[in-house]
Design a protein around this ligand. Structure first.
Ligand SMILES: C[S@@+](CC[C@H](N)C(=O)[O-])C[C@H]1O[C@@H](n2cnc3c(N)ncnc32)[C@H](O)[C@@H]1O
Length: 239
């Protein structure tokens, strides 16, 4: 791949250029890579990353071994994504993240460790799910500490609203799950409520779920715990 193909691909993160995004769930800040980061992209992007295409993804083109697919949305610095992939190697993982530095750091980590069950894409998750992920093809979605957009006028930027939950549900296989964790209680309550309006989703716990043993605690979460925020876990299943 040429440098142009690599960096153009990485820089394009929405298909609706110039048009209104459906959910403005993120704001991009620093979009400039250091020379070291560029080197990481050259070295690892062709194998461990992939680019947006307006066509259904063939998982067998991404992963050497076929396994059920778990998608983590907004993986940040990638710590949980990588640890999960080590702890639960019976799955293949796709990570979606728009934050460039987090994406490249994760690319380096999975490349250095030659992880064959993790692949990542830098693009708007809404578009990736709509255009690339086939219906009924996903085992589970992980959404850990999505941006809470605390101000009321920003609530519309929250990812976990009915249209996105409907999109997630449609991509899950029957019995597949959505696992969300947040330290923003009011957001968590809203998600539990909203899920009731999506007929494809059931909540086996009624309200919040008990903590799942295989989820590692992230740095981000530890900071929240120090501030004594409540951690809410939500587990929904495709009916
Ligand atoms: C508060 S951070 C949490 C990061 C990580 N999950 C953690 O627990 O540390 C939320 C992340 O979601 C990403 N994000 C928000 N909207 C997104 C979207 N539409 N597509 C992909 N990533 C998104 C942001 O860039 C940000 O890195």
């Amino acid at each position: 791949m040429t440098d142009e193909e690599l960096f153009d691909g990485l820089g394009r993160i929405e298909t609706r250029e110039g048009k209104e995004r459906k959910i403005k769930s993120y704001v991009l800040r620093n979009n400039v890579l250091t020379d070291k980061e560029k080197e990481t992209v050259r070295r690892y992007m062709p194998r461990y990353g992939f680019f947006f295409r307006d066509a259904p993804l063939d998982y067998s083109s991404l992963f050497p071994t076929p396994r059920p697919v778990i998608i983590e949305i907004g993986f940040g610095m990638g710590d949980t994504l990588r640890e999960m992939a080590v702890r639960r190697p019976e799955f293949n993982y796709i990570g979606i993240e728009v934050f460039l530095q987090g994406f490249v750091k994760t690319l380096k980590a999975i490349g250095d460790d030659d992880m064959d069950n993790v692949r990542i894409i830098r693009f708007d998750a809404v578009e990736v799910l709509e255009r690339m992920i086939p219906e009924g093809s996903v085992e589970g979605f992980h959404i850990f500490f999505p941006d809470p957009w605390p101000k009321k006028r920003h609530h519309k930027r929250r990812l976990m609203q009915l249209p996105f939950m409907h999109l997630l549900a449609s991509r899950l296989r029957k019995g597949g799950y959505i696992y969300m964790v947040t330290d923003w209680e009011e957001y968590a309550e809203e998600v539990v409520q909203t899920a009731q309006a999506e007929p494809m989703l059931g909540n086996p716990f009624g309200g919040f779920a008990p903590p799942v043993a295989w989820r590692p605690v992230t740095k981000f979460e530890r900071k929240g715990m120090e501030k004594e925020y409540t951690i809410s876990e939500i587990w929904l299943e495709r009916q």
